[in-house]
Design a protein around this ligand. Structure first.
Ligand SMILES: [Zn+2]
Length: 383
């Protein structure tokens, strides 16, 4: 990531960018430029590791003076620490490396994908869970459900012994960049800007993003995924996919990218809640797979159907990593083998040869970790 020196600001007018919660970052081009350069420095420290100011200047293309100024600001905020010099006794003043302190701030992360339990955690910037709390909301919906979510977030924020960077919520549904529900089937929140409500109520910058997108971001941010052409398939009561292409979440023209649960895989299949027949969701939702737990041929057939739905997506985008966010005991074995087989049969070898299909190393935590990742990504630009 390259920066632009602030002295060049006049030649590089930048409009303030709107982040996920609708907050304008900075009031003018200089503030915006400063923010961008700070993110470039943080991004380098996160992706490459400890670096001297001179290393950071080389990596970002910024002047040493600009980098020193930014690093001083980051040290003041506690985000960056100076390390011991590699060889303090030598002459010639070896450059002091600085490192990102991932424990310096905490994040309140909430996972609403279960639709009956809200899972919450206080995490550090690396997604490591400090403390957890869940709330069984059952069939509570509408404004009362928002209230319960806000109370849980406030409880967790109250437990923080360090500054809280923000609140991240992973939820089913199509959600716009500002955190407003565009289409949502479980909570009755259509048209509601949950991010804004939580920001106002909690006094903490809040972000709300689709749960499958969060899981995909978590795989790329915390789980060692290459993250260049990644599809995360989340198998729960509903089915969703999150796409990370060239390091960025793909949202789609109507904030519904990855909503493949209601793609018809078999026109003669079972009726679906959406009014169609044979949607993917009727074949591989968690309750269906749980019923098939000891039925190897049933799991293989479900995996094959999934592969036939994914094949055109993999073909169109040259995806090289498919991560299944699902209980491993259900999808490892016949399901994955058959899924991969269907993709191989339905796509060119150039597309399937290097494709890796695996379960998430984060398991059921992927969505919660993704809620943290959304905050860290928006606020600090680490990934
Ligand atoms: Zn459907």
């Amino acid at each position: 990531m390259n920066g632009v020196d602030e002295r060049d600001e006049a030649a590089n007018p930048n409009k303030p960018q709107r982040n996920g919660s609708g907050v304008i970052n900075g009031t003018g081009a200089r503030a915006n430029l400063r923010e961008r350069n700070t993110r470039a420095v943080l991004h380098h420290l996160h992706s490459v590791g400890d670096a001297s100011r001179a290393d950071l200047a080389r990596a970002t293309g910024l002047s040493r003076a600009t980098v020193s100024d930014i690093v001083t600001g980051l040290i003041d905020r506690g985000l960056v620490q100076e390390k011991e010099k590699p060889d303090g006794g030598r002459t010639g003043r070896p450059a002091t490396p600085v490192s990102l302190d991932q424990t310096s701030y905490l994040v309140v992360a909430l996972d609403l994908s279960d639709t009956r339990n809200v899972y919450g955690a206080l995490t550090d910037l690396s997604g490591r869970v400090i403390t957890r709390k869940a709330d069984f909301i059952g069939t509570t919906r509408g404004a009362t459900a928002i209230d319960r979510v806000a109370v849980l977030a406030a409880f967790l924020a109250d437990k923080a012994d360090r500054p809280v960077l923000g609140v991240g919520v992973a939820s089913p549904g199509s959600i716009d960049l500002e955190g407003r529900f565009v289409a949502e089937a479980y909570y009755g929140w259509n048209g509601i800007n949950l991010a804004q409500l939580l920001t106002e109520r909690l006094g903490l910058t809040s972000y709300v993003a689709n749960d499958a997108n969060c899981a995909a971001l978590a795989e790329a941010a915390f789980a060692g995924a290459r993250g260049n052409y990644l599809l995360a398939l989340v198998i729960g009561h509903g089915i969703g996919a999150g796409l990370v292409l060239e390091g960025r979440i793909v949202r789609g023209s109507n904030h519904a990218a990855g909503e493949i649960g209601h793609v018809v895989a078999d026109e003669t299949g079972l009726p679906c809640g959406c009014g169609r027949r044979g949607c993917l969701e009727t074949m591989i939702s968690l309750p269906v797979l749980e019923r098939l737990a000891h039925d190897e041929s049933g799991l293989a057939e479900a995996g094959w159907k999934t592969g036939t739905v994914l094949a055109p997506v993999i073909g169109a985008l040259n995806i090289d990593e498919v991560v299944l966010v699902a209980p491993p005991e259900l999808v490892e074995g016949p399901f994955i083998a058959s899924l991969q087989g269907a993709i191989t049969v339905h796509t060119l070898p150039a597309l399937s040869r290097n494709l890796e299909v695996r379960t998430s190393s984060l398991g059921r935590e992927a969505t919660l970790a993704g809620a943290c990742a959304v905050v860290v990504s928006n606020e600090l630009g680490l990934f």
